[in-house]
Ligand binder design. Structure first.
Ligand SMILES: [Zn+2]
Length: 219
């Protein structure tokens, strides 16, 4: 009798474990396609590993960035103007930034993803490179920065300034150290995202991620 009960408990345990594994796998792999028509305001769009843009999605108002940009980089209009006004103040402080990446189409992201996958493998891309459709760069609201004075952005005076001041222009440092579990990515000090002044200020002052802000106010 005791043996039978033990066996039953064992079977139940195995079933529960299998169920838990299946559930967690399903949760990790669930990605929703964003209906861009339903987004309250474009600058609040949440794109991450769980929220995917369609292959053919292209932002409506892409403009070429004219300041603090040494190449042909495009951003959504409002983000571009915010970036340029931040740039004026950076220059006035004697600092020097440029862009290494801004808007990227679905196909460009696909090419980048496959290149990095071949070069560095799956565990690297999982940490740093979004799968096509899941990159914020496809929104035209994200910019990757470089310092023209320092090789590593994280070590630059430009980064220190951007970290403390970019919220005043509507930007946030999107992927911060210690938030990997929430954002899904390792720290990227160079990647800033336009969310508008009010949201950026709240996120900066409360030291939260955009995912947490989204859950609080935009869901
Ligand atoms: Zn980036």
């Amino acid at each position: 009798m005791k043996k039978l009960r033990k066996r039953k408990v064992k079977i139940l345990f195995v079933i529960l474990t299998v169920l838990l594994i299946v559930c967690s796998l399903r949760r990790e792999n669930t990605t929703y396609n964003i209906n861009t028509q339903n987004v309250i305001n474009y600058k609040y769009i949440l794109v991450n590993k769980g929220n995917k843009l369609n292959n053919d999605f292209i932002p409506e108002n892409l403009v070429k960035v004219k300041r603090c940009s040494l190449g042909n980089f495009y951003l959504e209009e409002e983000a571009a103007y915010a970036y340029e006004s931040m740039c004026v103040d950076l220059i006035n402080k004697g600092l020097n930034i440029s862009i290494t990446s801004a808007y990227r189409s679905y196909d460009e992201q696909k090419e980048l993803y496959n290149t990095y996958l071949k070069l560095y493998g799956k565990s690297y891309v999982d940490k740093y490179v979004a799968i096509p459709g899941c990159s914020e760069h496809q929104t035209g609201l994200a910019v990757d920065l470089e310092s023209l004075e320092y090789d590593i952005f994280k070590n630059s005076q430009e980064y220190l300034w951007v970290k403390e001041n970019s919220y005043k222009y509507g930007f946030i440092i999107r992927y911060q150290k210690g938030r990997e579990k929430i954002t899904g990515y390792s720290a990227e000090e160079w990647h800033i995202r336009y969310v508008g002044k009010k949201t950026a200020e709240y996120i900066y002052k409360n030291n939260i991620t955009f995912e947490e802000y989204y859950d609080l106010f935009l869901k």
